[in-house]
Write a protein of this length. Structure first.
Length: 317
């Protein structure tokens, strides 16, 4: 029999076989990268609908999550934390106190649950000049009001604007000649009268940023998550609201994950260090060679996440 004599059901069987292989790949036990991706996606969606942590009572504000406690319990080594902050204003002083209290929680939990030793020091860049110069010789310290995490010659710098979020709230229309606090701003209302705005703290994101810094220092091997491009997918480099995935990429990076866009038509193929391949909402079909590349990837028992919009077909169903 020659190669042209195929039964009518053979193409259907081939399609079924491909689907079966794809399904098998999806059911492979989840790797660390997949767990990180799902957690980051959940955190992103939660943050989108419930913007900030709202419990700011003295009893709960500095309480760390179970996720952070579990992370600290599994780490060992030494981390030095340098709080490099000016305290010339009441806002700065309050922020430093928040940071110190939260880092004390980290230090105590790490000492109680695991083998991670965390030491914390506060440095005033206006007064501790010798200490600042010492840090600058070792690390790329270019600004004040940062928290610097250090371990075995590696460092991670977390700036104030990643830790604390502010909004401007109007305090009212003045009559002129009012004393304006350093944390207030002036603007002109109708009639030329000054309007005083004061900075109001809306979020303290210390736990999110500090956990990310610690994890990146203590676990230098980053999981690699690759997002496929070329078929109208949600793009990790797209900052547009509603469709872009730049926020998800930022969440993954905070979880010590390397995020890369990839084209399946690239001669180099899917990177060999890819821990999780993501196809996020494709809008055009995949070429046969691209389907083949994904099938080869799955044969190596590597993780694959396919996200499809309702009713959308792309050739990977």
């Amino acid at each position: 029999m020659n190669g042209e004599n195929t039964s009518p059901g053979e193409p259907r069987l081939r399609r079924w076989g491909m689907r079966k292989r794809l399904a098998t790949g999806l059911n492979v036990s989840a790797s660390l990268a997949l767990a990180v991706a799902v957690a980051a996606l959940a955190n992103y969606l939660a943050a989108k609908h419930f913007r900030y942590r709202t419990d700011i009572s003295h009893e709960q504000f500095y309480t760390l999550s179970k996720k952070t406690e579990s992370m600290l319990a599994g780490l060992k080594g030494n981390i030095s934390v340098h709080i490099v902050f000016r305290t010339s204003s009441s806002d700065d002083f309050e922020t430093v106190q928040d940071i110190k209290r939260m880092l004390e929680e980290y230090r105590q939990i790490a000492a109680r649950k695991g083998a991670l030793n965390i030491s914390v020091e506060k440095i005033d860049p206006a007064r501790d000049l010798a200490r600042i110069e010492d840090l600058r010789r070792k690390f790329p310290l270019r600004q004040a009001n940062v928290v610097l995490f250090e371990s075995e010659g590696r460092c991670r710098c977390v700036p104030e604007d990643s830790i604390v979020k502010y909004e401007l709230a109007p305090m009212g229309v003045g009559q002129g000649g009012e004393q304006v606090l350093s944390s207030s701003l002036l603007s002109l209302a109708e009639g030329g009268k000054p309007v005083i705005f004061r900075k109001v703290k809306t979020a303290f994101l210390g736990e999110r940023e500090f956990s990310s810094a610690i994890l990146s220092l203590m676990d230098p091997k980053q999981p690699v998550v690759c997002f496929v491009k070329g078929h109208g997918e949600h793009d990790v480099e797209d900052f547009s609201r509603g469709f872009g995935y730049s926020d998800i990429a930022a969440s993954l990076r905070r979880e010590n994950t390397c995020v890369r866009p990839v084209f399946l038509t690239d001669p180099a193929g899917i990177p060999s260090d890819c821990d999780l391949l993501v196809v996020a909402g494709p809008r055009t079909p995949f070429h046969k060679s691209e389907v083949s590349a994904i099938a080869s990837y799955l044969k190596e028992h590597r993780s694959f996440l396919l996200l499809l919009d309702a009713g959308q077909k792309c050739g990977l169903e």
